[in-house]
Design a protein around this ligand. Structure first.
Ligand code: F0G
Length: 354
Protein backbone atom coordinates (compact mmCIF):
# COMPACT_ATOMS: atom_id res chain seq x y z
CA UNK A 1 0.00 0.00 0.00
CA UNK A 2 3.04 2.27 0.36
CA UNK A 3 3.01 2.67 -3.41
CA UNK A 4 0.42 5.33 -2.55
CA UNK A 5 2.45 7.00 0.22
CA UNK A 6 1.85 10.50 -1.19
CA UNK A 7 -1.84 10.07 -0.37
CA UNK A 8 -1.33 8.66 3.15
CA UNK A 9 -0.66 11.52 5.58
CA UNK A 10 1.99 9.99 7.81
CA UNK A 11 5.71 10.59 8.35
CA UNK A 12 7.08 7.43 6.75
CA UNK A 13 10.17 7.52 9.02
CA UNK A 14 7.88 6.19 11.77
CA UNK A 15 6.28 3.44 9.69
CA UNK A 16 6.95 -0.10 10.92
CA UNK A 17 5.86 -2.36 8.09
CA UNK A 18 5.01 -6.03 7.87
CA UNK A 19 4.16 -5.82 4.16
CA UNK A 20 0.52 -4.71 4.56
CA UNK A 21 -1.74 -4.11 1.58
CA UNK A 22 -1.11 -5.07 -2.03
CA UNK A 23 -3.69 -7.84 -1.64
CA UNK A 24 -5.03 -9.81 -4.60
CA UNK A 25 -8.11 -8.75 -6.54
CA UNK A 26 -9.53 -11.95 -8.03
CA UNK A 27 -11.96 -12.18 -10.94
CA UNK A 28 -14.52 -14.74 -9.70
CA UNK A 29 -16.37 -16.28 -12.62
CA UNK A 30 -17.91 -19.34 -11.00
CA UNK A 31 -18.95 -17.44 -7.90
CA UNK A 32 -20.40 -14.73 -10.16
CA UNK A 33 -22.76 -17.32 -11.66
CA UNK A 34 -23.82 -18.44 -8.18
CA UNK A 35 -24.42 -14.82 -7.18
CA UNK A 36 -26.19 -14.03 -10.45
CA UNK A 37 -23.96 -11.30 -11.89
CA UNK A 38 -21.72 -11.00 -14.93
CA UNK A 39 -18.59 -9.38 -13.47
CA UNK A 40 -17.56 -10.06 -9.90
CA UNK A 41 -14.19 -9.32 -8.29
CA UNK A 42 -13.04 -10.31 -4.81
CA UNK A 43 -10.60 -8.12 -2.88
CA UNK A 44 -9.02 -10.66 -0.53
CA UNK A 45 -7.91 -8.83 2.58
CA UNK A 46 -7.18 -12.12 4.31
CA UNK A 47 -3.83 -11.96 2.46
CA UNK A 48 -2.59 -9.19 4.78
CA UNK A 49 0.21 -10.04 7.27
CA UNK A 50 -2.12 -10.84 10.19
CA UNK A 51 -4.97 -12.01 7.97
CA UNK A 52 -7.28 -8.98 7.84
CA UNK A 53 -7.62 -5.47 6.40
CA UNK A 54 -6.91 -4.05 9.85
CA UNK A 55 -3.16 -4.18 9.10
CA UNK A 56 -3.45 -1.25 6.67
CA UNK A 57 -4.92 1.02 9.32
CA UNK A 58 -3.04 -0.29 12.32
CA UNK A 59 0.29 0.23 10.51
CA UNK A 60 -0.54 3.93 10.08
CA UNK A 61 -1.98 4.16 13.62
CA UNK A 62 1.17 2.70 15.17
CA UNK A 63 3.33 5.13 13.17
CA UNK A 64 1.28 8.00 14.65
CA UNK A 65 1.65 6.50 18.14
CA UNK A 66 5.45 6.40 17.68
CA UNK A 67 5.47 9.93 16.28
CA UNK A 68 3.72 11.30 19.37
CA UNK A 69 5.92 9.28 21.71
CA UNK A 70 3.28 6.87 23.03
CA UNK A 71 4.67 3.87 24.91
CA UNK A 72 1.42 1.94 25.32
CA UNK A 73 -1.27 1.32 22.69
CA UNK A 74 -4.72 -0.08 23.36
CA UNK A 75 -7.94 -1.14 21.69
CA UNK A 76 -11.21 -2.96 22.29
CA UNK A 77 -11.82 -5.58 19.65
CA UNK A 78 -13.97 -8.36 18.29
CA UNK A 79 -10.60 -9.96 17.43
CA UNK A 80 -8.99 -8.80 14.21
CA UNK A 81 -7.94 -5.36 15.38
CA UNK A 82 -6.50 -7.03 18.47
CA UNK A 83 -4.46 -9.50 16.39
CA UNK A 84 -3.16 -6.70 14.18
CA UNK A 85 -2.32 -4.29 17.01
CA UNK A 86 -0.57 -7.13 18.88
CA UNK A 87 1.66 -7.93 15.89
CA UNK A 88 2.51 -4.36 14.86
CA UNK A 89 3.18 -3.20 18.41
CA UNK A 90 5.50 -6.19 18.90
CA UNK A 91 7.49 -5.19 15.82
CA UNK A 92 7.46 -1.52 16.83
CA UNK A 93 8.49 -2.29 20.41
CA UNK A 94 5.55 -0.66 22.19
CA UNK A 95 3.40 -2.18 24.91
CA UNK A 96 -0.04 -3.35 23.86
CA UNK A 97 -3.18 -3.75 26.00
CA UNK A 98 -6.23 -5.42 24.45
CA UNK A 99 -9.78 -5.34 25.83
CA UNK A 100 -11.78 -8.29 24.52
CA UNK A 101 -15.34 -9.47 25.14
CA UNK A 102 -14.81 -12.75 27.01
CA UNK A 103 -15.83 -15.87 25.09
CA UNK A 104 -16.80 -13.83 22.01
CA UNK A 105 -13.54 -13.69 20.10
CA UNK A 106 -12.74 -16.32 17.46
CA UNK A 107 -9.93 -18.68 18.55
CA UNK A 108 -7.45 -17.79 15.77
CA UNK A 109 -7.60 -14.10 16.70
CA UNK A 110 -7.21 -14.69 20.43
CA UNK A 111 -4.24 -16.95 19.71
CA UNK A 112 -2.57 -14.26 17.59
CA UNK A 113 -3.01 -11.66 20.34
CA UNK A 114 -1.48 -13.97 22.96
CA UNK A 115 1.29 -15.20 20.66
CA UNK A 116 2.54 -11.68 19.93
CA UNK A 117 2.78 -10.95 23.63
CA UNK A 118 -0.05 -8.45 24.11
CA UNK A 119 -1.62 -7.97 27.52
CA UNK A 120 -5.08 -9.46 27.01
CA UNK A 121 -7.88 -8.35 29.30
CA UNK A 122 -11.05 -10.39 28.80
CA UNK A 123 -14.13 -8.55 30.04
CA UNK A 124 -17.49 -10.07 30.95
CA UNK A 125 -19.36 -7.76 28.59
CA UNK A 126 -19.93 -7.37 24.86
CA UNK A 127 -17.76 -5.46 22.38
CA UNK A 128 -19.80 -2.24 22.57
CA UNK A 129 -19.33 -1.99 26.34
CA UNK A 130 -15.62 -2.88 26.05
CA UNK A 131 -15.16 -0.06 23.54
CA UNK A 132 -16.97 2.43 25.75
CA UNK A 133 -14.63 1.45 28.60
CA UNK A 134 -11.43 1.74 26.55
CA UNK A 135 -12.52 5.12 25.16
CA UNK A 136 -12.87 6.37 28.71
CA UNK A 137 -9.51 4.89 29.79
CA UNK A 138 -7.63 6.28 26.77
CA UNK A 139 -9.28 9.66 27.35
CA UNK A 140 -7.10 9.92 30.50
CA UNK A 141 -4.03 9.96 28.26
CA UNK A 142 -2.27 6.87 29.60
CA UNK A 143 -2.69 4.77 26.42
CA UNK A 144 -2.85 5.55 22.69
CA UNK A 145 -6.18 4.37 21.24
CA UNK A 146 -6.06 2.27 18.08
CA UNK A 147 -9.76 1.61 17.44
CA UNK A 148 -11.13 3.00 14.19
CA UNK A 149 -12.45 6.13 15.96
CA UNK A 150 -8.79 7.03 15.54
CA UNK A 151 -8.94 8.74 12.11
CA UNK A 152 -5.38 7.69 11.18
CA UNK A 153 -6.58 4.09 11.01
CA UNK A 154 -8.92 5.03 8.17
CA UNK A 155 -6.15 6.88 6.32
CA UNK A 156 -4.43 3.50 5.93
CA UNK A 157 -7.57 1.54 5.08
CA UNK A 158 -8.57 3.87 2.25
CA UNK A 159 -5.72 2.28 0.25
CA UNK A 160 -8.15 -0.57 -0.53
CA UNK A 161 -9.88 1.85 -2.93
CA UNK A 162 -6.60 2.89 -4.57
CA UNK A 163 -5.64 -0.73 -5.19
CA UNK A 164 -9.01 -1.62 -6.71
CA UNK A 165 -8.97 1.43 -9.00
CA UNK A 166 -5.40 0.67 -10.05
CA UNK A 167 -6.31 -2.82 -11.28
CA UNK A 168 -9.83 -2.53 -12.75
CA UNK A 169 -10.67 1.17 -12.62
CA UNK A 170 -13.79 2.20 -10.72
CA UNK A 171 -16.39 -0.59 -10.36
CA UNK A 172 -20.11 0.16 -10.32
CA UNK A 173 -20.52 -1.19 -6.79
CA UNK A 174 -18.29 -2.03 -3.82
CA UNK A 175 -19.81 -4.31 -1.17
CA UNK A 176 -18.26 -4.09 2.31
CA UNK A 177 -18.98 -6.05 5.52
CA UNK A 178 -19.83 -3.47 8.17
CA UNK A 179 -19.36 -3.54 11.94
CA UNK A 180 -18.27 -0.21 13.39
CA UNK A 181 -18.53 1.38 9.96
CA UNK A 182 -14.95 2.61 9.71
CA UNK A 183 -13.83 0.54 6.75
CA UNK A 184 -16.69 1.39 4.38
CA UNK A 185 -16.18 5.10 5.09
CA UNK A 186 -12.42 4.72 4.51
CA UNK A 187 -12.91 2.98 1.16
CA UNK A 188 -15.38 5.65 0.08
CA UNK A 189 -12.90 8.36 1.10
CA UNK A 190 -10.24 6.64 -1.02
CA UNK A 191 -12.41 6.68 -4.15
CA UNK A 192 -13.48 10.26 -3.55
CA UNK A 193 -9.87 11.39 -3.26
CA UNK A 194 -8.95 9.72 -6.56
CA UNK A 195 -11.93 11.49 -8.11
CA UNK A 196 -11.04 14.89 -6.61
CA UNK A 197 -7.49 14.51 -7.93
CA UNK A 198 -8.86 13.84 -11.40
CA UNK A 199 -7.31 10.37 -11.48
CA UNK A 200 -10.68 8.66 -12.05
CA UNK A 201 -13.81 9.91 -13.73
CA UNK A 202 -16.50 7.99 -11.81
CA UNK A 203 -17.39 6.97 -8.30
CA UNK A 204 -18.73 3.60 -7.16
CA UNK A 205 -21.90 3.06 -5.16
CA UNK A 206 -21.15 1.64 -1.72
CA UNK A 207 -23.14 -1.26 -0.26
CA UNK A 208 -23.06 -2.00 3.48
CA UNK A 209 -23.43 -5.68 4.41
CA UNK A 210 -24.47 -6.67 7.93
CA UNK A 211 -25.82 -9.71 9.78
CA UNK A 212 -29.54 -9.56 10.66
CA UNK A 213 -28.79 -9.96 14.38
CA UNK A 214 -26.44 -6.96 14.36
CA UNK A 215 -27.72 -4.54 11.73
CA UNK A 216 -28.13 -1.05 13.25
CA UNK A 217 -26.68 0.64 10.16
CA UNK A 218 -29.09 -1.15 7.81
CA UNK A 219 -32.01 -0.03 10.01
CA UNK A 220 -30.80 3.56 10.15
CA UNK A 221 -30.24 3.64 6.38
CA UNK A 222 -33.77 2.36 5.69
CA UNK A 223 -35.18 5.06 7.96
CA UNK A 224 -33.05 7.72 6.21
CA UNK A 225 -31.34 8.60 9.50
CA UNK A 226 -27.79 9.86 10.02
CA UNK A 227 -27.27 8.17 13.40
CA UNK A 228 -28.22 4.70 14.68
CA UNK A 229 -30.47 3.32 17.39
CA UNK A 230 -28.16 0.83 19.14
CA UNK A 231 -29.00 -2.89 19.10
CA UNK A 232 -28.67 -3.98 22.74
CA UNK A 233 -27.83 -7.68 22.40
CA UNK A 234 -26.21 -8.07 18.96
CA UNK A 235 -25.96 -11.72 17.90
CA UNK A 236 -24.48 -13.41 14.84
CA UNK A 237 -22.10 -16.21 13.93
CA UNK A 238 -20.00 -13.51 12.24
CA UNK A 239 -18.36 -12.52 15.54
CA UNK A 240 -16.12 -9.91 13.88
CA UNK A 241 -19.17 -7.74 13.17
CA UNK A 242 -21.23 -8.58 16.25
CA UNK A 243 -21.59 -4.89 17.04
CA UNK A 244 -24.75 -3.12 18.22
CA UNK A 245 -23.57 0.47 18.67
CA UNK A 246 -21.16 1.28 15.83
CA UNK A 247 -18.94 4.26 16.64
CA UNK A 248 -18.39 5.21 13.01
CA UNK A 249 -22.07 4.96 12.03
CA UNK A 250 -22.35 8.64 11.00
CA UNK A 251 -19.36 8.27 8.65
CA UNK A 252 -20.65 4.97 7.23
CA UNK A 253 -24.13 6.41 6.62
CA UNK A 254 -22.60 9.48 4.98
CA UNK A 255 -20.72 7.18 2.59
CA UNK A 256 -23.97 5.37 1.76
CA UNK A 257 -25.98 8.55 1.13
CA UNK A 258 -23.24 10.35 -0.79
CA UNK A 259 -22.57 7.38 -3.06
CA UNK A 260 -26.30 6.64 -3.57
CA UNK A 261 -25.54 3.26 -2.04
CA UNK A 262 -27.50 0.54 -0.30
CA UNK A 263 -27.50 -1.39 2.97
CA UNK A 264 -28.79 -4.92 3.52
CA UNK A 265 -28.59 -7.65 6.15
CA UNK A 266 -28.41 -11.44 5.78
CA UNK A 267 -29.08 -14.35 8.14
CA UNK A 268 -26.35 -16.52 9.67
CA UNK A 269 -27.43 -19.31 7.31
CA UNK A 270 -26.95 -17.09 4.26
CA UNK A 271 -23.55 -16.02 5.60
CA UNK A 272 -22.34 -19.62 6.03
CA UNK A 273 -23.74 -20.59 2.63
CA UNK A 274 -21.74 -17.74 1.02
CA UNK A 275 -18.61 -18.64 3.02
CA UNK A 276 -18.82 -22.18 1.62
CA UNK A 277 -19.54 -20.95 -1.93
CA UNK A 278 -16.50 -18.60 -1.92
CA UNK A 279 -14.33 -21.46 -0.68
CA UNK A 280 -15.71 -24.08 -3.09
CA UNK A 281 -16.03 -22.03 -6.29
CA UNK A 282 -12.90 -19.90 -5.96
CA UNK A 283 -10.57 -21.59 -3.48
CA UNK A 284 -10.59 -18.55 -1.21
CA UNK A 285 -11.06 -19.16 2.52
CA UNK A 286 -12.68 -16.33 4.46
CA UNK A 287 -14.14 -15.91 7.92
CA UNK A 288 -17.94 -15.58 8.25
CA UNK A 289 -17.99 -11.76 8.55
CA UNK A 290 -16.24 -11.47 5.19
CA UNK A 291 -18.81 -13.65 3.48
CA UNK A 292 -21.60 -11.19 4.33
CA UNK A 293 -20.53 -9.08 1.33
CA UNK A 294 -21.14 -11.93 -1.12
CA UNK A 295 -24.33 -13.06 0.67
CA UNK A 296 -25.80 -9.54 0.56
CA UNK A 297 -24.93 -9.09 -3.11
CA UNK A 298 -26.61 -12.39 -3.98
CA UNK A 299 -29.71 -11.45 -1.99
CA UNK A 300 -30.05 -8.04 -3.66
CA UNK A 301 -29.56 -9.50 -7.14
CA UNK A 302 -32.11 -12.27 -6.51
CA UNK A 303 -34.61 -9.71 -5.24
CA UNK A 304 -34.12 -7.68 -8.42
CA UNK A 305 -32.75 -4.68 -6.52
CA UNK A 306 -29.34 -4.87 -8.24
CA UNK A 307 -28.75 -5.44 -11.94
CA UNK A 308 -26.78 -8.52 -13.10
CA UNK A 309 -24.97 -6.53 -15.77
CA UNK A 310 -22.71 -4.34 -13.64
CA UNK A 311 -19.20 -4.62 -12.19
CA UNK A 312 -19.14 -5.61 -8.52
CA UNK A 313 -16.30 -5.80 -6.03
CA UNK A 314 -16.87 -7.68 -2.78
CA UNK A 315 -14.35 -6.93 -0.05
CA UNK A 316 -13.37 -10.13 1.79
CA UNK A 317 -12.13 -8.71 5.06
CA UNK A 318 -10.52 -11.64 6.91
CA UNK A 319 -8.95 -15.08 6.50
CA UNK A 320 -10.75 -18.40 7.10
CA UNK A 321 -8.17 -19.54 9.68
CA UNK A 322 -9.26 -16.72 11.96
CA UNK A 323 -12.28 -18.75 12.99
CA UNK A 324 -12.02 -22.52 12.52
CA UNK A 325 -14.73 -22.98 15.18
CA UNK A 326 -17.46 -22.47 12.55
CA UNK A 327 -16.74 -25.96 11.20
CA UNK A 328 -19.24 -27.12 13.87
CA UNK A 329 -21.98 -25.33 11.92
CA UNK A 330 -20.96 -26.56 8.48
CA UNK A 331 -22.06 -30.21 8.83
CA UNK A 332 -24.60 -29.73 6.04
CA UNK A 333 -21.78 -28.90 3.61
CA UNK A 334 -18.75 -30.93 4.71
CA UNK A 335 -17.92 -34.47 3.75
CA UNK A 336 -16.16 -36.20 6.59
CA UNK A 337 -15.82 -39.85 7.58
CA UNK A 338 -14.36 -41.43 10.66
CA UNK A 339 -13.59 -45.10 10.22
CA UNK A 340 -11.29 -47.89 11.28
CA UNK A 341 -8.52 -48.85 8.89
CA UNK A 342 -10.34 -52.13 8.27
CA UNK A 343 -13.39 -50.28 6.87
CA UNK A 344 -11.46 -48.20 4.33
CA UNK A 345 -12.46 -50.26 1.28
CA UNK A 346 -16.13 -50.02 2.15
CA UNK A 347 -15.91 -46.24 2.74
CA UNK A 348 -13.94 -45.63 -0.47
CA UNK A 349 -16.46 -47.62 -2.47
CA UNK A 350 -19.25 -45.41 -1.12
CA UNK A 351 -17.26 -42.22 -1.73
CA UNK A 352 -16.19 -43.05 -5.28
CA UNK A 353 -19.67 -44.21 -6.27
CA UNK A 354 -21.10 -40.74 -5.41
N1 F0G B 1 -14.83 -7.73 8.68
C1 F0G B 1 -13.99 -8.18 9.61
C2 F0G B 1 -13.31 -9.51 9.39
C3 F0G B 1 -13.74 -7.42 10.79
O1 F0G B 1 -12.90 -7.89 11.70
C4 F0G B 1 -14.42 -6.20 10.96
C5 F0G B 1 -14.23 -5.40 12.17
C6 F0G B 1 -15.28 -5.76 9.94
C7 F0G B 1 -15.46 -6.55 8.82
C8 F0G B 1 -16.02 -4.48 10.02
O2 F0G B 1 -15.21 -3.37 9.84
O3 F0G B 1 -15.76 -2.13 11.92
O4 F0G B 1 -14.63 -0.99 10.01
O5 F0G B 1 -17.03 -1.67 9.85
N2 F0G B 1 -13.62 -5.80 13.21
C9 F0G B 1 -13.30 -4.96 14.37
C10 F0G B 1 -12.31 -5.64 15.28
C11 F0G B 1 -14.49 -4.43 15.05
O6 F0G B 1 -12.29 -5.33 16.49
O7 F0G B 1 -11.53 -6.44 14.79
P1 F0G B 1 -15.69 -1.95 10.43
Amino acid sequence: MWRYRELIPVDTRYVVSLGEGGTPLYRAEKLARWVGVKRLYLKFEGANPTGSFKDRGVCVGIAKALECGARVVACASTGNTAASVAAYSARAGVKCVLFLPEGKVAPGKLFQALLHGATVIELNCNFDEALRLVLKLCGRGCMYLLNSVNPWRLEGQKSIAYEIADVIGVPDYVVVPVGNGGNISAIWKGFRELHDLGLVGELPRMIAAQATGAAPIVKAFRAGKVTVDPVNEPETIATAIRIGNPVNAPKALKALYESRGLAEAVSDYEILEAQVAIARYEGIGVEPASATSVAVLRKLVHEGVLEPDATYVCVLTGHALKDPSVVDYLSKWVERYRCGVGDIHYILETVLRK
